[in-house]
Design a protein around this ligand. Sequence first.
Ligand SMILES: [Zn+2]
Length: 458
Amino acid sequence: MTGFCSLALLLPVLLGCAGGHPVPGRASFHKLLLISFDGFRWDYDQDVDTPHMDRLARQGVKAKYLTPPFVTMTSPSHFTTISGRWIEDHGVIHNMMFNTETQWKYSYKTTQNKTEWWDNGALPLWITAQRQGRKTASFHYPGGGAKYNGEPVQRSLVESYTHPDSNETEWRENIDIVMNWFTKEDFDFVTLYYGEPDSVGHRVGPETNDRRVIIQQIDRTIGYLVEAIERHGLTEHLNVIITSDHGMTTVKKQPNVTEILLTNYIKFKDLVKFDIVDYGGFGMLLPKPGQEEAVYQALKDAHPHLKVYKKEDFPERFHFAKHERVLPIVMYADSGYNINGQLIIYFNKGDHGFDNALMDMKTIFRAFGPDFKKNYLAESFDSIHIYPLMCRLLGVTPEPHNGSLAVTQDMLLDRHDQQSDSVAHAKTLGMYWSPRCPALRPQAPPSGARAYVGPASR
Ligand SMILES: [Zn+2]
């Protein structure tokens, strides 16, 4: 009897324990914090002092840069990071949710609680990890407020409409909250999102003193994070990945350049049923019935800095256009050019959304913690590979995805070579799974939209 009791007491420790239920393997994996600073261009730390980020590079891993998916936009890119799927596979193809029948458009923040925009069959890591017994939470991370297959993220805070992006005190408070989730409530995986330096980059442009100032604020916050991890005794128990969703480039305005104004080449009233333009360097059009060829012919050579495609001819390398939400005419502009529709109403000084091959669209990847090597400079890689790395760190078997653990595993200390068969199997899935999965085809968004909200950047 004594032996049985000892075993019964010991089992939850051996197996790990979430919510009172034993979870195989959980105890042998460390916790994971994923932090995203929106719009942090890969080289933002090179023209300003960032002592805390520099120290972290010595104490952990730094990639030369990270390539986001196309379109280089907040919601699509964040959802690739959390799902390991190309944008054409996860279906979150824009910051704006839209309905071509009702003509309604919803801004970035309005979409955050709209499950129908996010839940297209690709499961984000929160849900997959929960189903495997991990406790997960999202703090302002895009998509964290939706339900997936009817299942919400265990704990989710969604940014309010009036949430300030740059309040340093609140940034620190949010870190304290997350640390308490890890220590007092035993959460395993938390995603934490900050809206800077994206806001400043849009408002004043990336090559400005204001941008350098906000990078120093971020650097102080990272210093605070490291101190908070130590204060909470998490140094040996928590892995941290710090990344972002895209870079930023200076917008080109007249009279310095001839801006792109589509109405100079097509009559919207006659040819276009619905458009997503006036939102940086990426746009889509739904021509009126029978007008697709006319719209395409009128636009394809219209402006020397505008590239226009029929959806089916959009370059494969973007892994973007196959989703059914993508409209029949897809276009993107050269770096810095906004695609204006019928008026030039656009006032950003900086923007993103451009070709992800451009260096100005590249972003950052940093990591540290008990499973990462120290002072390790990694080659650049695509953000799609973060997902299998996170699964590996958490000991979670991944969903089918487009990433590969082979890209990042050299960042890890050798102890990961001895982990369980299920994880080794997951690695194989990650490396060889085909990018198109018929079983996960997305569904059309249900109608039922309510209000038009004009374009807003992020
Ligand atoms: Zn963003």
